[in-house]
Write a protein that binds this ligand. Structure first.
Ligand SMILES: NC(=O)c1ccc[n+]([C@@H]2O[C@H](COP(=O)([O-])OP(=O)(O)OC[C@H]3O[C@@H](n4cnc5c(N)ncnc54)[C@H](O)[C@@H]3O)[C@@H](O)[C@H]2O)c1
Ligand SMILES: [Zn+2]
Length: 345
């Protein structure tokens, strides 16, 4: 699949590609693989020969400018130059950091990703958002810049911890809800096979999700309108994340999707039956669907959310299953809707 921007930039997204063919996409003498120790232990045997491997520490707490600086020092020491290609080989954290480092190293070198988590395959590797956290605030420093290529090999998900796989499925369900009723039904009907990482089922969910994201990014790369739809479930998802310890992003998004669906039902945009389907598919995946965080705490967290502009929130609502809309909702109205939604869960 090719992601084509209106100004001619292109990104090749190779879904179902065998990671062992990675060297076919590396047209440079000097290739640098950025990865983390976990992934390196599992996959170093298939890193192409004659590449320099740099490991960066994993975890959100290391996704910061100190790690960027340390990695840049290693690139300099290893002789990376403007003709080098940098490949991020790992989950979303590796991809976000690699894209950022490659965008600023010597004013920008070519880069690509081998996305090894479901979250990276369906979300982080596609769309050109790259960056790091600052003082606990997520993704505050970064750039928009598209990778040359993204390789998504379904078999890498077989080594992914199950909890991480489930967290990635939350984003797939989100994609189905935003734009593709058939993808949503496919997940309902095949959840066990997906959780077992059956390769043809994984191929379908990744392919359909990336298709949705790529088309949205083509229309609105910098998130001035349509791309905001990808934030379905994220307004309250981020709020849940801020008030929880040890919750994964996808798990928080799952709770955010249920809240958004309940609010959509209250606004008569979806039926109660649709709401139940959404809640059930998340439950069947093994994702959380309720929270005991108070509405006051969730609203307080949204107050600092980047998506709040003045006194309005751009809130993404379901419109049936497989369709969505962005509404400007006043902060006060949202507070009332949230209170009512939490009471109904
Ligand atoms: N740029 C974007 O548009 C975008 C979109 C979504 C998420 N993100 C970012 O992505 C990050 C989350 O990504 P993630 O969920 O992949 O987390 P992650 O990168 O931390 O990976 C999750 C865990 O799984 C391990 N792992 C990854 N692939 C594996 C494999 N094949 N086998 C075994 N273990 C494997 C990792 O080492 C890590 O421990 C966040 O920082 C988030 O901000 C960015
Ligand atoms: Zn997300």
């Amino acid at each position: 699949m090719i992601l084509k921007l209106p100004d001619g930039r292109r990104s090749s997204i190779l879904i179902g590609e065998n990671i062992e063919n990675l060297s076919n996409y590396l047209n440079s003498e000097k290739v640098f693989i950025l990865t983390n120790p976990n992934i390196s232990d599992l996959y170093s045997d298939i890193f192409p020969k004659k590449t320099t491997v740099i490991t960066i520490p994993g975890g959100e707490k290391n996704k910061n400018l100190n790690t960027v600086l340390e990695t840049i020092r290693q690139l300099i020491a290893a002789g990376a130059d403007r003709k080098s290609v940098i490949v991020g080989f790992g989950g979303g954290i590796v991809c976000d950091m690699t894209g950022f480092i490659a965008s600023i190293y010597m004013r920008g070198v070519k880069f690509g990703f081998v996305a090894t988590s479901l979250m990276a395959q369906v979300d982080a590797s596609v769309g050109g958002k790259n960056g790091v956290n600052c003082d606990g605030y997520k993704n505050m420093i970064g750039v928009f810049n598209q990778p040359d290529f993204v390789v998504c090999d379904p078999k890498t998900l077989k080594t992914l911890p199950e909890r991480e796989l489930k967290a990635g499925i939350a984003e797939v369900i989100k994609c189905g809800l935003i734009a593709n009723n058939n993808l949503f039904s496919f997940i309902e009907n095949n959840i066990d096979a997906i959780l077992n990482c059956e390769e043809d089922k994984i191929y379908t969910v990744v392919n359909e999700s990336v298709e949705i994201k790529a088309r949205i990014v083509e229309a609105d790369e910098k998130e001035s309108g349509e791309r905001k739809k990808l934030n379905l479930g994220h307004t309250f998802g981020h709020a849940v994340e801020k008030h929880s310890n040890n919750i994964l992003h996808g798990e928080a998004v799952s709770i955010g999707l249920v809240i958004a669906a309940k609010i959509s039902e209250q606004l008569n945009l979806i039926t109660n039956e649709d709401f139940r389907r959404i809640q059930n598919v998340l439950k069947k995946t093994g994702l959380p669907v309720t929270t005991d965080i108070s509405s006051a705490n969730l609203l307080e967290a949204i107050g600092k959310d980047k998506k709040r502009e003045n006194d309005f929130v751009h809130f993404v609502l379901n419109r049936g299953i497989g369709s969505s809309e962005i509404r400007e909702i006043s902060f006060d109205k949202l507070a009332t809707l949230l209170e009512k939604a939490l009471n109904a869960l």
